[in-house]
Design a protein. Structure first.
Ligand SMILES: NC(=O)c1ccc[n+]([C@@H]2O[C@H](COP(=O)([O-])OP(=O)(O)OC[C@H]3O[C@@H](n4cnc5c(N)ncnc54)[C@H](O)[C@@H]3O)[C@@H](O)[C@H]2O)c1
Ligand SMILES: O=CCCC(=O)O
Length: 524
């Protein structure tokens, strides 16, 4: 057993599958790195009962009638973390029924009651920040410091939405009829199906669940198959703080993902689908949801531009591109994918950026020396490698990195002299590659930046206030960072335009996606 400390007797008793740990094919081409990552010890959880290997339905941990399991691996070593029941459409349908029953009473609670529970859940997350971050690093690979940051970010959505739960105001509309009065009230939409990716195993869940619960909705969550343990740990805390049975349910699945998705999208009891992931899957889920006319929130892929004008503070632009591009080893939807640098600052910018990137330390997320962890899996590595090879074969200059280090590790990379015929210009790399393009004029770069079907985030650096207003208005994205590469918070509206999605998460707008407005016309 790799982690005897975590194999509680409860888990062993509940799981009837074989628990022989496995290591997937792990071709580490750099022996020193291999030795380092495989020898890093996984920290012991202070509270082992946060590690659950069962589904969570109706406040119960279950694998009832499920014999199939799927394995979750540490992306840094490819060693098995554990196994979970691989649930399908039938279990999803059952969880939807449970959530529907719970909705009857949960939707009748007051905003203040929901506020109090969300605040308790927030506090429980912060009290268990280290353990939650340990689980997150283990299954996702990001560094422990980053994982702690994600746990705090994730918890902040519960605190924020607790405070929104008591502010779902209706309106009174001035009447044009002497004998009639008009009001609107806000009501929860009902059961919500939530599908989330692996890159933010905690925050992509809480950003949706916080808003849904604040509104009075109940949820059935399908987390990423690569990172289900964070979702389950959150449920354990929810149960402890007194969130009622059936309000939150988690269906782990790997093999049956499309059946589970279809059930969530087509079941008429589910009134809304909230999805974060790729644009391709988002489109599929949207079409599957159309048969029952569900509301949808779609947080999809991006292809963010990051523009450095020649009047920018270059040091600040470099620090921010590092935060923006290499956060989560480049696996974030708001990561800069195309970096446009104005011609007369290009050499300084590219040289200084490459120097900094060469100093990054790649390794296991639990190693305190590591600045950047692995990619999620070999598929992620293949895409990065393909993008780098394509760029270099078409004339890009390799300024730093560029090598697959074996396993799921890829050297943080800077590519110069990029051109628009290269894959990176049109496709999100989702990896640690900073691709630098040169440009001459403001009009040219705005056109280049907008020349994509995606519209999630964009960034630019300039000290000219007039240009800052104009360019911010002209960029066709849902979010723009001006003189900053860090834009995400619970206070601000997160979301895209074009094929990057629909709806806004977080902020005072976040609850709206989980609410129906009802107009009441009252005769006197
Ligand atoms: N806009 C945002 O807020 C945001 C945030 C994070 C990630 N993303 C995007 O997500 C992508 C990377 O994540 P990914 O590779 O996990 O995306 P993905 O779309 O493959 O998977 C996302 C989720 O959808 C599930 N899924 C896959 N196929 C499904 C199907 N047929 N039916 C139902 N569910 C299905 C997956 O299991 C996972 O839980 C990137 O494009 C990234 O930009 C967007
Ligand atoms: O990957 C997408 C979400 C990232 C964020 O919330 O900043």
């Amino acid at each position: 057993m790799l982690r005897p400390a975590l194999q509680s007797s409860f888990i062993k008793a509940c799981l009837n599958s074989s628990r022989t740990p496995t290591i997937r094919k792990f071709n580490m081409s750099v022996p020193a790195l291999r030795t380092i990552v495989t020898s890093v010890a996984i920290p012991k959880l202070k509270d082992q009962s946060l590690f659950k290997e069962l589904a969570f339905i109706n406040n119960e941990w279950t694998n009832k009638n499920i014999t199939e399991t799927f394995t979750v691996y540490d992306p840094a070593t490819d060693k098995e973390i554990g196994k979970l029941p691989d649930m399908g459409a039938k279990e999803t349908k059952g969880a939807i029924e449970v959530a529907s029953t719970a909705f009857k009473s949960w939707s009748q609670t007051t905003g203040k009651q929901r506020h109090d529970l969300l605040i308790k859940w927030y506090q429980a997350m912060m009290d268990n920040q280290d353990d939650l971050a340990t689980i997150l690093t283990w299954e996702n690979g990001k560094t422990f410091a980053e994982a702690k940051g994600e746990v705090a970010y994730a918890a902040s959505f519960y605190e924020w939405f607790a405070e929104e739960a008591v502010r779902t105001y209706g309106t009174v509309i001035p009447s044009h009829m002497p004998n009639q009065r008009f009001i609107t009230i806000k009501q929860p939409v009902g059961v919500v199906g939530i599908i989330t990716p692996w890159n933010f195993p905690a925050a992509m869940i809480t950003r949706k669940v916080g808003a849904a619960l604040a509104a009075g909705c109940t949820v059935v969550i399908k987390p990423g198959a690569e990172t289900p343990y964070s979702a389950l740990a959150l449920c354990e805390l929810a149960k402890r703080v007194g969130i009622p049975a059936g309000v939150i349910n988690v269906i782990p699945t790997h093999k049956h993902v499309s059946d589970v998705g279809k059930e969530l999208c087509s079941n008429p009891t589910v009134k809304k689908i909230s999805f974060t992931g790729s644009t391709a899957v988002g489109k599929l889920l949207m079409s599957q949801s159309s048969g029952t006319m569900k509301k949808v929130s779609m947080e999809l892929g991006g292809n963010a531009s990051f523009i450095v004008f020649d009047d920018a503070d270059i040091s600040a632009a470099i620090d921010n591109i590092i935060a923006c591009k290499f956060r989560g080893t480049g696996q974030t939807c708001v990561s800069a994918n195309r970096i446009y640098v104005q011609k007369n600052v290009y050499t300084e910018f590219s040289t200084r950026l490459a120097e900094k990137v060469k100093q990054f330390q790649v390794g296991h997320g639990f190693d305190s020396k590591t600045t950047h962890g692995p990619l999620i899996n070999s598929k992620g590595v293949e895409k990065v490698q393909k993008h780098v090879e394509d760029a270099v074969s078409k004339g890009a200059e390799l300024l730093a990195g560029g090598k697959h280090l074996g396993g799921s590790f890829f050297e943080p990379t800077v590519l110069g002299n990029m051109t628009t015929d290269m894959c990176i210009h049109t496709e999100e790399t989702f990896g640690p590659v900073a691709a630098l393009f040169q440009f001459e004029s403001e009009d040219e770069v705005v056109e280049l930046a907008n020349n994509t079907p995606f519209g999630l985030a964009s960034y630019f650096f300039s000290r000219d206030i007039g240009r800052c207003w104009k360019v911010a208005e002209r960029l066709e994205t849902g979010m723009v960072g001006v003189n900053t590469g860090v834009i995400s918070s619970c206070y601000t509206p997160f979301g895209g335009v074009k094929e990057s999605g629909l709806g806004r998460e977080g902020s005072y707008m976040g609850v709206d996606d989980y609410i129906n407005v009802k107009y009441i016309s009252m005769g006197l």
